[in-house]
Design a protein around this ligand. Structure first.
Ligand SMILES: *[C@@H]1O[C@H](CO)[C@@H](O)[C@H](O)[C@H]1NC(C)=O
Ligand SMILES: *[C@@H]1O[C@H](CO)[C@@H](O)[C@H](O)[C@H]1NC(C)=O
Length: 381
């Protein structure tokens, strides 16, 4: 089938673009400044942990095709048709894909992925107290941090050894927190109530960042939330007959304002964290504006005009999303060419969209401060 080759072309295109940044070929892996990636987070970065914990409910389909149909041609536990942003980041640093912690056979010489699809920033108890169901996993940030500690204890021969290792490691703290809000919104909580969770979620991300800094991390990337008001899942759940509920892009204004609120609070807290840890590089990855930039340039980027807000895989009318008949369940179907759509299953993006997001975040000015950082992280001869 001809369309199967296009994602690979997309991958090589990324390599080409990144070539100028990394200035190195594959044989020069030793020369890259960053030698390992450690990732905490949720389905945006999970490369196979939830699959190994055991998937159920709405996540059950990720264990089957069409998940993974592009590039891997099998399900890997990634919530997409193919590669994720973290895969492109690893490739751009000439590192192998970051293996999931729960794969006990895996090689962790170049880092570990602790992200779990469905994970929250806050612990199970927070949601239980508020009567919110959190049905997929209990592997919140604190659980992932415990895994990280256990891992470092097992691989470092001494504190000096650990410091040395972590000096050249990149830590991704998130994206995380999106699910804390998803579970609350889809559990019927009002936007006012969910706004009151923001300080808790932000604090837990900051607490986790402080912990990894205490463990020796000196390079962190902390991503914000996406403009969720442009996602088919939310567009379907919060469909409104009031034209005023939508912005010029036909995204839901209220939900995007909510995501911005989280992002602003997070950035304020990151700024404080930078001030108290001046020796640590702490970048903010602006998923929100990187996504809107992608959306605004979607036609030039090869996305199909009438499907910008439609899921590739799913069922239903306007947004091709139906919470009771999601991608992978009987009655759902998959679009012919995922590379022409932004949304994969209504909640997660396609490989093509993740590739473009990664490019924007790595070299397109949507991560900051970048001054001096990208120079430092370069690959040398
Ligand atoms: C999460 O923990 C609670 C309380 O310990 C338990 O009842 C629930 O089954 C757990 N959920 C998952 C998905 O493991
Ligand atoms: C963050 O850490 C502080 C200090 O250890 C603690 O009091 C607080 O409960 C933590 N907050 C969250 C949301 O984890």
């Amino acid at each position: 089938m001809a369309p199967k080759s296009s994602p690979l072309k997309a991958v090589s295109f990324l390599f080409l673009v990144l070539f100028f940044w990394t200035s190195a070929g594959l044989e020069e892996r030793e020369g890259c400044y960053i030698k390992a990636i450690y990732s905490l987070g949720d389905s945006i970065a999970d490369t196979g942990n939830l699959l190994r914990e055991g998937v159920g409910g709405a996540f059950a389909p990720i264990a089957h095709l069409p998940y993974g149909e592009t590039t891997f041609h099998r399900p890997t536990g990634r919530c997409s048709d193919g590669l994720l942003m973290i895969d492109y980041l690893a490739s751009s640093l000439n590192l192998p894909f970051v293996n999931p912690y729960l794969d006990k056979e895996a090689n962790f010489n170049h880092g570990v992925n602790f992200a779990v699809a469905g994970a929250t920033a806050l612990d199970h108890s927070f949601f239980k107290e508020r009567g919110i169901l959190m049905p997929y996993t209990n592997s919140s940030l604190n659980v992932q941090l415990d895994w990280l500690k256990t891992h470092l204890d097992s691989v470092c021969s001494s504190e000096t050894d650990c410091t040395e290792k972590l000096n050249h490691a990149l830590f991704l703290v998130g994206e995380i927190g999106g699910n804390d809000y998803n579970y609350a919104f889809f559990g019927g909580k009002s936007i006012t109530e969910v706004i009151s969770y923001v300080p808790h979620v932000v604090q837990s991300i900051i607490n986790a960042s402080k912990e990894v800094i205490d463990m020796g991390a000196v390079q962190l990337v902390i991503p914000g939330n996406f403009p969720i008001g442009c996602f088919p899942s939310y567009l379907t759940a919060s469909r409104s007959s009031d034209p005023d509920a939508y912005d010029d892009r036909m995204c839901l204004k209220g939900l995007n304002a909510f995501a911005m609120l989280h992002n602003l609070k997070l950035q304020e807290a990151i700024q404080e964290l930078r001030q108290s840890h001046p020796h640590v590089i702490i970048m903010y990855a602006d998923y929100y504006h990187a996504f809107l930039h992608l959306l605004d340039n979607a036609l030039d980027l090869g996305f199909a005009k009438n499907s910008l807000m439609k899921a590739c895989c799913g069922s239903g009318s306007e947004y091709n999303f139906d919470a009771s008949k999601m991608c992978g369940s009987p009655g759902a179907s998959t679009c012919d060419n995922p590379a022409e759509l932004i949304s994969w299953d209504g909640i997660h993006l396609t490989q093509k969209a993740y590739m473009i997001m990664a490019r924007e975040l790595i070299s397109g000015g949507f991560s900051y401060p970048s001054y001096g950082v990208l120079e430092k992280w370069k690959c040398y001869y």
